[in-house]
Design a protein around this ligand. Structure first.
Ligand code: FES
Ligand SMILES: [Fe+2]
Length: 350
C-alpha cells in the first residue's frame, strides 16, 4: 500500500470549488468528483458511474444531486442512485462510493480510507493558522510530477536554498548555521537560526521594505511536519540583535507558509500552499506569491521532477543520505509506521 488512507488530505481550496461546477481531483490514487451542494456542504464521490464507467465529473448537477451525462442515472450526494430514466426499479447496489469531507482551517479535506473512521477532530491542528483572524492569507495550488515524500524531504531540508534558490532564499548563511531537529512519535520539527549574518537576496529586500533596514540580520526557519503530509513553515528575518531570537518580532519581516502535500499518484503531488502575514496586505502577498511561483516553486519543481524521472529510470537503486537528511528520514519513518499500522489493522479486520 503506497499511501496512508485513513487520514485527512486537502482536496481543494474553498475558492477552487466554484458554484454549480464539478471539480475532478485525484487523492491517493482515488479519482473523485467534488462539488458544493445547494446545502452549502462540499461532497465528494468516486469519479466513476457504476453503469458504464463514465466520469461523473462530466455529469450534470441537478435536484441537489449529480446526474451522469451518459445515460442519465441520477445520484444523491451520499452516492445512492435515486433515478434510472425510464425505469421504476433501482437495484439496491447501484451506488457510487462516497468520500467523507470536512471544511476546516481554511481547507477542504477528504478521507480516502475507511469512511467509518473519518473524524473531523483528526485534522492536524498545525493548520489552525490558516484561519487566524489577525493574518491575511492567500492560497494557491501547485502540481509536481514527483512523489509527495520527496516534496516533504525538500521542505524539511532547506540547506538546498543556496544552490537551488540563489536569487531569492539562498545564501551561504543557510548551510553555515546548523539546524536543530526535534523528533517525536508523530511529528518532526526543524529550527535554524542564522544570527548576525548577511540575508539572502529575498530577505535583504524584505527587511528594506518592511523594516527600512540594511545590514546583518537574525534570520530563522521553523519547519514543522504533521503526518501524513502537512508542512508548516514560519520564516523571517530581523535586524541583528533586535530580539527576534527572544520572541520579539516587532522589528522583523516574517510570514507563515503552510503547505499540504496531497499525493495524487505515486509520482505526482498536489501542493496546497499559502502565505499568511499580518502586515503585507492581500495584494502584496499575492504579488509575492506570483514571483515565488515563477522562481522558487519553479526551481523546486525542476529539481523534484528531475529526481523523480531519474528514480523512474532505475527504481529502487540505492542513494546516500547525509546528516541534513535527518528530518526527512524521520518523517518517512513516521509515515512508514502509519502504513504498517494500517496494514496490520486491515489484516485483523480482513
Ligand atoms: S454510464 Fe452513467 S448512466 Fe450510463
Ligand atoms: Fe526549495
Amino acid at each position: 500500500v503506497p499511501f496512508v488512507l485513513n487520514a485527512w488530505y486537502v482536496v481543494a481550496w474553498p475558492h477552487e470549488i466554484l458554484a454549480e461546477a464539478l471539480l475532478a481531483r485525484t487523492v491517493c490514487n482515488n479519482a473523485m468528483v467534488v462539488w458544493r451542494g445547494t446545502d452549502g456542504i462540499v461532497h465528494a464521490l468516486e469519479d466513476r458511474c457504476p453503469h458504464r464507467e463514465m466520469p461523473m465529473s462530466l455529469g450534470i448537477l441537478e435536484q441537489g444531486g449529480l446526474r451522469c451525462r451518459y445515460h442519465g442515472l441520477l445520484f444523491a450526494p451520499n452516492g445512492k442512485c435515486t433515478e434510472v430514466p425510464g425505469q421504476d426499479r433501482i437495484s439496491a447496489g447501484l451506488e457510487i462510493r462516497r468520500y467523507p469531507t470536512v471544511e476546516k482551517y481554511g481547507w477542504i479535506w477528504v478521507w480516502p480510507g475507511d469512511a467509518a473512521k473519518a473524524d473531523a477532530s483528526l485534522v492536524p491542528e498545525a493548520y489552525a493558522h490558516n484561519d487566524r483572524a489577525d493574518l491575511e492569507m492567500v492560497g494557491r495550488t501547485a502540481h509536481f510530477k514527483a512523489n509527495y515524500l520527496m516534496v516533504i524531504d525538500n521542505l524539511l531540508d532547506l540547506t538546498h536554498e543556496p544552490f537551488l534558490h540563489p536569487t531569492s532564499l539562498g545564501n551561504a548563511a543557510v548551510y553555515e548555521a546548523p539546524a536543530e531537529t526535534f523528533i517525536d512519535e508523530s511529528s518532526v520539527r526543524v529550527e535554524r537560526w542564522m544570527l548576525g549574518k548577511l540575508g539572502s537576496p529575498m530577505w535583504v529586500g524584505m527587511l528594506q521594505e518592511f523594516v527600512h533596514y540594511e545590514g546583518p540580520c537574525d534570520r530563522w526557519q521553523k519547519v514543522f511536519f504533521a503526518p501524513p503530509s502537512g508542512i508548516y513553515l514560519h520564516l523571517g528575518a530581523a535586524p541583528a540583535g533586535a530580539g527576534a531570537l527572544q520572541g520579539d518580532l516587532s522589528r522583523s519581516a516574517w510570514f507563515i507558509n503552510n503547505q499540504f502535500l496531497t499525493p495524487e499518484t505515486e509520482t505526482s503531488t498536489l501542493d496546497f500552499w499559502s502565505v499568511a502575514n499580518a502586515d503585507f496586505g492581500r495584494e502584496r502577498i499575492a504579488a509575492f506569491m506570483d514571483r515565488a511561483r515563477d522562481t522558487i516553486l519553479k526551481e523546486d519543481q525542476i529539481a523534484l521532477e528531475g529526481c523523480q524521472s531519474v528514480i523512474d529510470r532505475q527504481p529502487g537503486r540505492k542513494n546516500y543520505s547525509i546528516p541534513t537528511d535527518k528530518a526527512g528520514l524521520a518523517a518517512r519513518r513516521i509515515v512508514a509506521r502509519m502504513l504498517a499500522a494500517e496494514k496490520r489493522a486491515q489484516a485483523h479486520s480482513g
